[in-house]
Design a protein around this ligand. Structure first.
Ligand code: PGA
Length: 244
């Protein structure tokens, strides 16, 4: 980890939480003492406003879980990047594998969403990951590198983009790649990024828990974590942050 790449621990709450749960979680995180890692939470859209006020003045940043590629218009149920910024967000996740699988998002769609995030002044967290079949076929590094290059808009740079490597088969399953496998993929992604690679943060995501965080976060090429299930517990999320 270089000084230029401060670790980022991002919590993706997914479709979990009503106001009372979200506020309680946000208040616990807001009370966390200063630490090495930058902290970010991405609640469901309905909780953005109350969580924004609970986190106000704290070290924890706010992000959306997805955005539309356009700024406004007839897109029922969608949220624009500008709306996220207006709600207090500094970041947005784009191309999470659940969006890719459940909503048919291709690399081109993800690229357009990340570009919209940049136009709105948000940092895009661009997710890529291989399926289990692709890993078994020895294609993990090639698949994620190609997906990343297809998902990054032209203006992507270290200041407005974070990459998240999330093997599809590791998300929510309790299974993780070996640390060596994570390092190999992160190195391939960094190489694919070319000149931008050294300064751009690359997170690992997929079943990160307090008991595996230190090992997964230790390598030079791992700049933090995108945490799903464990981010719903303040104690677990802060324990993961403490391992960074
Ligand atoms: P998980 O989810 O930590 O529950 O595996 C990670 C993610 O989807 O970002």
């Amino acid at each position: 980890m270089t000084a230029a790449r401060r670790p980022l621990i991002a919590g993706n709450w997914k479709m979990n939480g009503l106001t009372a749960d979200g506020l309680a979680l946000a208040r616990s995180l807001a009370a966390a003492p200063e630490g090495v890692a930058e902290l970010l939470v991405c609640p469901p859209a309905t909780l953005l406003a109350p969580v924004a006020s609970a986190l106000s003045g704290s070290r924890v940043a706010l992000g959306g879980q997805d955005c539309h590629a356009e700024e406004a218009g007839a897109h029922t149920g969608d949220i624009s990047a500008g709306m996220l910024a207006d709600a207090g967000c500094s970041h947005v996740i784009t191309g999470h594998s659940e969006r890719r699988a459940n909503h048919g998002e291709t690399d081109a769609v993800v690229r357009a969403k990340a570009a919209a995030a940049h136009r709105a002044g948000l940092v895009a967290i661009v997710c890529v990951g291989e399926t289990e079949a692709e890993r078994d076929a020895g294609e993990a590094e090639a698949v994620v590198a190609a997906s990343l290059l297809g998902s990054l808009p032209a203006g992507a740079r270290p200041g407005n983009t974070v990459v998240a490597y999330e093997p599809v088969w590791a998300i929510g399953t309790g299974r993780t790649p070996t640390v060596d496998d994570v390092v190999a993929v992160h190195a391939a992604l960094r190489a694919a990024l070319g000149d931008r690679g050294e300064a751009m943060r690359i997170l690992y995501g997929g079943s990160v828990k307090p008991d595996n965080a230190a090992a997964l976060l230790a390598p030079y090429d791992v700049d933090g974590a995108l945490v799903g299930g464990a981010s719903l517990s303040a104690a677990d999320f802060l324990a993961i942050a403490g391992a960074a």
